[in-house]
Design a protein around this ligand. Sequence first.
Ligand code: FHN
Length: 576
Amino acid sequence: MKQHTTIFFCCLLMFFSLSCSTNKTTDGQEEQKSTSASMAAWQNHKFSMFIHWGLYSIPAGVWNGEQITGYSEQIQGHARISKDEYTLLAQRFNPVNWNADSVALLAKQAGMKAIVITAKHHDGFNMYDTKYSDYNVVDATPYKRDVIKELSEACKRHDLKLGLYFSLIDWNYPGAKPFTSVRNSDSIPAAHHQYNLHQIEELLTNYGAISELWFDMSSPTCEQSKEMARLVKRLQPDCLISGRIWNDQGDFAVMGDNKSPEFQMGTPWQTPASMFDETWGYRSWQKRGDVKVKAKDKIRDLVNIVSMGGNYLLNIGPTGDGKVIPFEKQVLTEMGKWLKVNGEAVYGTSVSPVPSQEWGVITAKPGKLYLHVNVISDNKKLVLKGFNSKIKRIYPLANPSIRLNGTQDGDNLVIDLSDINASEFVTVFVIEYAGDLQYTPERVVRDNKAEFILTAENGTSYHSYSGHDYYSLHPTVVKIGWYLPKTDKSEYMLELSYTKAHLNKELRIDINGQEYFITPDENNYLPNEQCYRKQLGSVKLGDAAFNLIELNFKDQSNPHKDLNAEGLTLRLTVRR
Ligand code: FHN
């Protein structure tokens, strides 16, 4: 028998939450609200510009005539340049070709919603006017202009959000650890931490609204991460904190450089991406290749990431004299052209309940699915598996007046793409359907003699990341969900098994939107099975085609915390 499910869209939106329970205003309410709203706004940026620009852009990957490998923004470390010699670069920093307005306009033209720029990278050079160090763009260079101030004003003029990258590693500050071999994961001495706090305060006080503070690297203590996070929220509650503040204090998870998750995420997240894997800062000898090939790559990365609920932060590395290099400008222009036509399938979308397919990925809006097709097959048929909704119309987003024919073949919708001109990058087709979305989930738990046993193995796990630095970062399971088929035995006894790891951590179980809470305690230990078991009472399964059951922590103030999914089992047994 064919089975369908009806899921209301609102249930599928990502769960937004604050990461720091301690960051509250006196009434404890307002801040939470504004931060949830800013989180929602941030999640809808989808595509933003990253800029790595600083003194390192002058040598551009070459030192004493030698091409230096390793990220070029870290040339000071890779070429073992002494502090005295490196700081002399400041005297040569006069980027007369830098124009904050044209950079902002380029971001706009590319379809980006925000710019995140390096206020300070690992070399410790401040691209803004800080009173805590003379090693800054105003005091130490012939340029004498506050780059961050000018960019903040340009962003405001062009309706872009501004985010600031702030390195927790500082190779210049006397109170900090110099460049060492621990791959930029040194700890933060007390004096350096105070310096960081002062500078965070400046950055969040002198440049208007900052949409995200992009902490990076180092290995702060838990208390240091918390203190920085508290400071950010006190100064600008709407400023989101990157996960690279570590110790679970970030508002959003940051993937590894140029990486996307291999699983479903359960917290807001972002992929930082460079134009070339080899560097973020400008490198004069970088092999750049073909603009169209790069644009295709980056558009595909963008839609893959957006289809999984993430944001894409794509980097440019301007030259030492402030120019955006033509190759990078052209790639962004191509992306902007594509987004002009296809932006509806990116902005304002959410993760599609119908999963990605061999031909590409899917994004969704209420009543609509957007199929992002990489390659149209030779037989000109596009098969959408598991889709059973009533179709209103199907059309290419580039030309909505064309009507495409879709035929239902069992659980598959087959769309006829004869006469369609494919985009050179990604071709988007829109399916508008009537009523609620009906589809067949990929994984459904079948019952076993009137009993459902739900474990991490037969459910879908949703993840975040946790760790105290770049190298200890590991995925955590923050939620598990299961689809159960319709059943005529509507009343079930619900039972939970758990281990010592779960004691006293209150859990939330959602059954078709109905919430149940349980605090795992030390009663009913089963030594043979090495777990505890608790009967939670009787629950009803719904009469929709599928039941959705979800398990996570009740307290979401730290949305990165691991559920320790392995020892958790839910059992639903028919009541006799
Ligand atoms: O070490 C930095 C690197 O130079 C660059 O800034 C990237 C951007 O994500 N972050 C660190 C490495 O992941």
